[in-house]
Every structure is written in structure tokens, then in C-alpha cells.
Design a protein around this ligand. Structure first.
Ligand SMILES: Cc1cc2nc3c(=O)[nH]c(=O)nc-3n(C[C@H](O)[C@H](O)[C@H](O)COP(=O)(O)O)c2cc1C
Length: 199
């Protein structure tokens, strides 16, 4: 299974990156799993210009790293959207990527084009935050649910960690690391399902 981690934090070794790497390393215990990490902060992804071109053609007119990333997301079996909470939402880096998924939304809902993507795919939110309010992750969960629907991904159980502020807070907390490993182990139990192409 191809596991793609799309990371939205500007901190390459911060808390959300620790979550991603811990889950990724756990998944690698199974031989047929591959893992790839994409750091959005290192890519050139321009914000959506709202030009409406994709509503007519299904394609974006902007030429940047989003083209290659869109291919990777179509090929992945599982996609992990990884972001700390910034003002009760995902980071600007992740939101910029999400807005650029508008062509996929247009293809699905306006143009009714059937994408050639596997039926059995899942998307997950991995997120952390400094505080512990009850509604801390609600905004991000809603956004990622909507994104998963657009990208033909079943929305899976998220991994959410509160009370993690300093850059190495999760790395230094054995309980938090154990939660990440447990999350990965649960995914290891999911058997590989046969893939059917939508055509
Ligand atoms: C611009 C900014 C906004 C933030 N907003 C929130 C917030 O609304 N609620 C919260 O609990 N933590 C907030 N935080 C704290 C981060 O979510 C927290 O430090 C997290 O562990 C950072 O993860 P990272 O190391 O992967 O970047 C914010 C941090 C920054 C820099």
C-alpha cells in the first residue's frame, strides 16, 4: 500500500512531523507498505486564483508543484493530512494545497467526470495543538472531511493530540508517541483490499 503523508507545518521536525514519522515507521513494519513524506512548505504551490478555468476543463491553469503532487495523490492508497492547529484551523500551507484541489471538486461535481482512482482509498487527519479546548480540532476535521470527499477518499478515524506546544513536546512524551504507534498498528490490521478502477 502506498502511504502518502502531506505535511502542513513549517517545522520540519516539529510535533506534527513526529506524529507522521512515528505512524509512517509503524506502517513500514508491513513489507508491502511504502511511505512518502511531502513537506508543503518546501514546495511551490500558489494559492487558487478563483479564475473558474477548472470549472470548464477540470484542469488548473497554474503551473507549479501541484501538478506532480496531484499525480501522487491519485496513486496513493492512504493519504495522511498532517497539520498543527493554527487558529482553530489547518496551516496556511495545507489550506493553500486544499484550495488547489478545486479542479478535482469541479471534475466530480460540475463536470461529473469519473476519475481513474482506486475505490478503496482512505484519508486521515493527523493534528496536534498547544491547548486542550473541546472544539480544538472541529474546524480541521470538517475541512479534511470535505477534502476526502473531493479526492475520493474514505474519511478515517483521525489522530489528534492536545497539549503539545514546544517543538519536541510529542517526541519527549512517551504516552503521545505510544498513541501514534497504536494508531499505526490499527492501520496495519486493515487488510489490503482488492482495487477496482472506476471507469
Ligand atoms: C500561528 C500559530 C497559531 C496557533 N494556533 C493555535 C490554536 O488556535 N490553538 C492551539 O491550541 N494551538 C495553536 N498553536 C500552537 C500549535 O498548534 C502547536 O505548537 C503545535 O504543536 C505545533 O506543531 P508543529 O510543531 O508540528 O508545527 C498555534 C501556533 C502558531 C504558530
Amino acid at each position: 500500500m502506498k502511504n502518502l503523508f502531506i505535511l502542513g507545518s513549517p517545522r520540519k521536525n516539529g510535533n506534527s512531523a513526529t506524529m507522521a514519522k512515528t505512524v509512517g515507521n509503524t506502517l513500514l513494519q508491513k513489507q508491502n507498505n511504502s511511505v512518502e513524506y511531502i513537506y508543503l512548505n518546501s514546495l511551490n504551490i500558489q494559492p487558487c486564483q478563483g479564475c473558474g478555468a477548472c470549472s470548464k476543463t477540470g484542469d488548473c491553469i497554474l503551473e507549479d508543484d501541484m501538478r506532480e503532487l496531484s499525480i501522487k495523490t491519485e496513486e496513493a492508497d492512504r493519504i495522511f493530512f498532517v497539520s498543527p492547529i493554527y487558529f482553530y484551523s489547518v496551516t496556511a500551507q495545507l489550506k493553500t494545497y486544499i484550495d488547489r484541489c478545486q479542479p478535482q471538486w469541479a471534475k466530480k461535481y460540475l463536470l461529473k467526470k469519473k476519475d481513474n482512482v482506486p475505490l478503496e482509498r482512505a484519508g486521515y487527519l493527523l493534528s496536534c495543538a498547544a491547548t486542550s479546548g473541546a472544539k480544538l480540532f472541529e474546524g480541521s476535521e470538517l475541512i479534511i472531511r470535505c477534502l476526502c470527499d473531493t479526492l475520493h477518499l474514505q474519511y478515517g478515524q483521525p489522530l489528534l493530540i492536545k497539549n503539545a506546544e514546544k517543538e519536541n513536546a510529542i517526541q519527549n512524551n512517551t504516552n503521545m508517541i505510544a498513541n501514534c504507534i497504536t494508531f499505526g498498528n490499527e492501520l496495519l490490521k486493515v487488510s489490503d483490499k482488492p482495487k477496482l478502477d472506476i471507469s
